[in-house]
Ligand binder design. Structure first.
Ligand code: NAD
Length: 486
């Protein structure tokens, strides 16, 4: 405790970050540390504990020991603790943002957005917890029947690199609210902020063992964590391939899991839309985290009569964007290469961009993993760039003729995460919103926030994060019924 009061962070002076287990920093059993890289310069950064199965066992044991007391506390008490965690995240936003920046190169506006949302998850579920319980079922005067939201016990949260702290908090806050303990496994590329979150939560009064963070690679930490017999629920955000692997483990163990996977989401613009706002939305699909967002609306579907005008305006706007100020770099050399390979592939298929289509070869951006914002106009819907999630600052446009054509194109994807529809005719926007196969549809820029449930249709996954729905994802419902007649 004295160690915690002194503000132990999990971080060694040499820039090494240890695991956070049972309320304290823990050296990895292997003794090894993994490198991180600053993608704005390609220079090495801090190192992260290279976890392995013994570290997972230790964290799961701590979680299993901690949750029964936590689950047995009144909701208001758990709510108070989560409020204090929210306060701590908000108070240390600058430090958390710097940890995040160092390994992602995100720009300040993006970092601020993610830090604010991270705190908001704890505040939202702290509030929900005080008002949202089970229900009573009317069996007449002869019985009392009610339901309880009970925790699973130990929840595994396996998260990716693109919005690291934000995605960790999205799973951790509702899981803790219901009374679970969590073992978090962040991406090995971007773990520092999640480890620091756990230290801050401990300092803020979250009891030891309720939030443990084991860092390391997917195969070395994620797989043993998902397969651990004491883990009773899995929350996964990441790629389709890893989701499939974890779903197989969960199916074998009969453990529920949430899969938040990829997307190739449409942004549908009708000729009667407010084109200024629709163009701004298309530009932000490129700038927000440099397109490395699962919900990025990177398929720009535009009514034929305004297609060329909209594309020209978007291209003009993205050409004004400044790397390092308006958008960040790709996360890794591999992701950078993947985007460039998409460009080469499109070129080989005869598709040339109206702007972009390359990396920066001079100036400060050339030192980092920056890709020029790119727009391909009027592409064939079967091209790889039109079908696959690129995860870079790349838009493809396709013209459509009418509402039915717009719907067919919007749904012409294996994914179904989000859609954005723009029309001056709100009824038409709503008609489309109700028919598109996607977990969330924004009409004319409607907000999607911490309060709105989030998740996919089709290959974008299943289960819901955020909103009241997530509380139910992390709880199992128990029915209790008492006969009152003698
Ligand atoms: P990824 O699947 O490679 O990694 C995600 C997490 O899974 C990481 O922590 C990683 O270490 C772990 N992992 C990897 N291999 C594993 C294995 N064999 N066993 C267990 N764990 C393993 O994904 P990524 O490249 O980090 O993230 C990008 C993907 O995530 C994109 O496809 C993107 O669309 C998706 N994503 C989805 C959402 C959403 O909410 N739907 C949000 C962000 C990102």
């Amino acid at each position: 405790m004295a160690e915690r009061k002194a503000g132990v962070t999990g971080r060694h002076d040499q820039g090494r970050h240890r695991h956070w287990i049972d309320g304290k920093p823990v050296e990895p059993a292997s003794g090894d540390y993994l490198p991180t890289v600053d993608p704005t310069t390609r220079e090495p950064g801090d190192t992260m504990a290279a976890g392995s199965a013994p570290d997972v066992d230790r964290a799961v044991d701590a979680a299993a020991a901690a949750y029964p007391d936590w689950a047995g506390r009144p909701a208001a008490e758990r709510s108070d603790v989560l409020h204090r965690v929210a306060d701590a995240v908000a108070a240390h936003a600058g430090e958390l943002m710097e940890l995040e920046r160092a390994c992602t190169g995100k720009v300040p506006a993006q970092l601020r957005l993610e830090a604010d949302m991270s705190a908001a998850y704890f505040r939202y579920y702290a509030g929900v917890l005080r008002a949202h319980h089970g229900r009573t079922i009317d069996h007449g005067a002869g019985a009392l029947t009610y339901t309880r939201l009970e925790p699973y016990g130990v929840v595994a949260a396996i998260t990716p690199w693109n919005l690291p702290l934000n995605q960790a908090c999205r799973a951790i806050a509702p899981a803790l609210a219901v009374g679970n303990a969590v073992v978090a496994k962040p991406s090995e590329l971007t773990s520092a902020s999640t480890v620091r979150l756990a230290a801050l939560a401990t300092d803020a009064g979250l009891p030891d063992g309720l939030l443990n963070v084991v860092t390391g690679t997917g195969p070395d930490v994620g797989t043993p964590l998902a397969g651990h017999p004491a883990v009773r629920r899995i929350a996964f955000t990441g790629s389709v391939a890893t989701g499939r692997h974890l779903a197989a483990i969960a199916a074998d163990r009969l453990v529920p899991l949430t899969l938040e996977l990829g997307g190739k989401s449409p942004l549908v613009v009708f000729a009667d839309a407010d084109l200024d706002r629709a163009v701004a939305a298309a530009v932000s699909a490129v700038t927000a985290n440099a397109g490395q967002v699962c919900s990025a609306t990177t398929r720009l579907l535009v009514e034929s009569s305004v297609h060329d005008e909209v594309v020209a305006r978007v291209a003009e706007a993205v050409e004004r964007l400044v790397p390092g100020r308006d958008f960040g770099p790709m996360i890794t050399e591999a992701q950078y290469r993947k985007v460039l390979d998409h460009f080469a592939d499109a070129r080989a298929a005869g598709a040339l961009p109206v702007t972009g289509g390359s990396a920066y070869d001079s100036g400060p951006a050339a030192r980092g993993l920056y890709i020029r914002p790119t727009v391909y106009a009027g592409v064939h819907p079967d091209l790889r760039i039109a079908r696959e999630e690129i995860f870079g600052p790349v838009l493809v446009s396709l013209p459509f003729t009418d509402e039915a054509d717009a719907l067919a194109l919007a749904d012409d994807t294996e994914y179904g995460l989000v859609a954005s529809v723009w029309s001056g005719d709100t009824a038409r926007g709503l008609r489309l919103a109700e028919r598109i196969d996607a977990g969330q549809v924004a009409v004319n820029g409607g907000p999607l926030t911490v309060e709105t449930p989030f998740g996919g249709f089709k290959q974008s996954g299943y289960g819901r994060e955020k909103g009241l729905e997530a509380l139910h994802e992390y709880a199992q419902i128990k029915t209790v019924s008492v006969a009152l007649r003698q």
